[in-house]
Design a protein around this ligand. Structure first.
Ligand SMILES: Cc1cc2nc3c(=O)[nH]c(=O)nc-3n(C[C@H](O)[C@H](O)[C@H](O)COP(=O)(O)OP(=O)(O)OC[C@H]3O[C@@H](n4cnc5c(N)ncnc54)[C@H](O)[C@@H]3O)c2cc1C
Length: 476
């Protein structure tokens, strides 16, 4: 028998396609009430004093919620917008409209689980049922060939066993959403960002992409990357790039907020392989999505350890907490051009390439010896594509307390420059003080200051660019 009324609580799953909670609500209910709740805790300062959500991600979130609301209105539904703690506001709404149940997607990390549990308790005390659904990953939790608490620690093992023994489920069909009856209740206005202390920030004109939130925008990006430009065909060769919109897919912000379903991306890769090309690049995009799955299952397995300095290796380490040095890293003023260029790109756009993330994280951890959790927190604030599992999982990995089978994954910054920014074009883009310096020498202005600059008639870097925080000798 169908329930009369079910609330669907949208979280990091801001889409209509392949959405388990929405799909089953539509199967089980005569009336479906979609709700999103802006939780002030998501915008509050963390222990470093940084807002948990910076302005670029907040903008993307607002756009995504707004887009979801518009899509729902188009099919004669709507999206109720609440502000407050979901565990209080949603059961309260449920009671007021006499809902029978609340459906939502499961998360895996502590803060989110606490909210889920509190919401369930409150709902049950009001006589409202709850149903939660696994979402977010390519491989469904129930299809893993091992219990999640035995997830292999090493990525390659995880990937191989999943690829061999598990199947990726097809996407769920687009649901037929019952007409929304609660019109008089529907607060359809998005709250003002400033209410949460979020300040508008201008996107740099040098940004790789003007990311715009929402399901349709995510699908547009996929169409562009796969079908219009055929960029997928050469993904494996270009994915370590630094400049331009197509060196990698840039799907991450839409995946993080659930505007794109990873299974939909997978399905499109398979279609591309049938209709256009199948090669190492097409596989490699799936390979990267499996990394994403892996960090989510590792977080589910290890709980709060992923946020702790000793990580899942239980290794305390001898970290420094030098605020002045950390400030320089944050602001792209370390005097190491490749690091500074990446940090400035992050600060001015909310995005950084995967190569850049590896480099700046390794530099903070291995060269400056700063507490890796500080870096993770900074990224949490700044990244437009922040995903709790991918961010903390990757940082733990770089911090040497994760599950990297290789000890000391250290990046020689000059070698990285040589391999990935040979002509220095990337550094010149983001570090204007160094614009006059040509070619690879830009990666080592320290050396350059002494030698090449004089030949070029420029005796020093006009004191605009800071002296390096570490000696370049270690990379020579
Ligand atoms: C220190 C550090 C922090 C990171 N923080 C985040 C984060 O908060 N959110 C996030 O989505 N990614 C994070 N990554 C992973 C990766 O850098 C980004 O997913 C990628 O750069 C996003 O660009 P793209 O969508 O063009 O990626 P593509 O290269 O096109 O990859 C396709 C998709 O695969 C997934 N993916 C790729 N690489 C990884 C990886 N190493 N780990 C997990 N998933 C991956 C992403 O969902 C990505 O969108 C982090 C990496 C590092 C080293």
């Amino acid at each position: 028998m169908k329930h009369h009324k079910v609330i669907v609580w949208f979280r990091n799953d801001l889409r209509l396609h392949d959405h388990a909670a929405l799909f089953y609500a539509c199967e089980n209910a005569e009336e479906v009430v979609p709700v999103y709740c802006f939780d002030p805790r998501h915008f509050a300062p963390t222990f470093l004093g940084l807002p948990k959500t910076g302005s670029f991600r907040a903008k993307f979130l607002w756009e995504s919620v707004n887009a979801l609301k518009r899509s729902l209105i188009q099919i004669k539904s709507n999206l109720i917008l609440l502000v407050g703690h979901p565990e209080i506001e949603i059961p309260k709404l449920g009671k007021s409209i006499n809902a029978k149940s609340i459906y939502f997607s499961q998360e895996v990390t502590d803060e989110e689980i606490k909210v889920e549990k509190a919401l369930e308790e409150k709902a049950w005390s009001e006589g409202i049922g709850t149903e939660s659904y696994w979402q977010h990953t390519l491989y469904h939790l129930d299809d893993l060939p091992f219990p999640v608490n035995q997830t292999p620690e090493v990525f390659t093992q995880f990937r191989k066993v999943c690829e061999k023994m598990s199947e990726i489920r097809p996407t769920l069909p687009f649901p037929k959403i019952p007409v929304f009856q609660e019109k008089k209740l529907a607060n359809t206005d998005l709250p003002c960002k400033s209410q949460f202390g979020i300040e508008e920030e201008n996107l740099s004109s040098k940004a790789v992409l003007a990311f715009k939130g929402g399901e349709l925008e995510g699908q547009k990006r996929l169409n562009h990357y796969f079908w219009t430009t055929n960029a997928l065909k050469s993904y494996k060769e270009t994915r370590n790039g630094l400049l331009g919109e197509n060196y990698s897919s840039k799907f991450s912000p839409w995946l993080a907020l659930g505007c794109l379903s990873p299974r939909f991306v997978y399905q499109e890769v398979v279609r591309y392989e049938k209709e256009r090309h199948k090669n190492q690049s097409t596989y490699w995009l799936i390979f990267e999505l499996i990394w994403r799955d892996y960090f989510r299952f590792i977080c589910k397995k290890h709980g709060n350890k992923v946020f702790q300095i000793q990580g899942i290796k239980n290794q305390l380490g001898d970290w420094e907490r030098n605020e002045a040095v950390f400030e320089n890293w944050k602001n792209g003023l370390t005097g190491v051009p490749f690091v500074d260029a990446n940090m400035r790109e992050l600060n001015q756009t909310g995005f950084m390439s995967n190569r850049g993330r590896q480099i700046v994280a390794s530099f903070l951890v291995n060269d400056l010896n700063i507490d890796w959790t500080w870096g993770a927190q900074y990224f949490e604030c700044k990244l437009i594509d922040y995903d709790v599992c991918s961010n903390w999982g990757n940082w733990m990995y770089v911090g040497g307390v994760g599950n990297d089978p290789r000890e000391n994954r250290y990046f020689n910054i000059l070698r990285q420059g040589k391999n990935y920014d040979k002509e220095g074009e990337y550094v010149r883009t983001w570090v204007p003080e160094l614009q006059k310096i040509k070619g690879f020498e830009i990666h080592n202005p320290h050396e350059l200051d002494k030698q090449a600059l004089k030949q070029n008639g420029i005796s020093k870097l006009e004191n605009q660019y800071p002296s390096p925080l570490v000696s370049f000798k270690r990379w020579l």
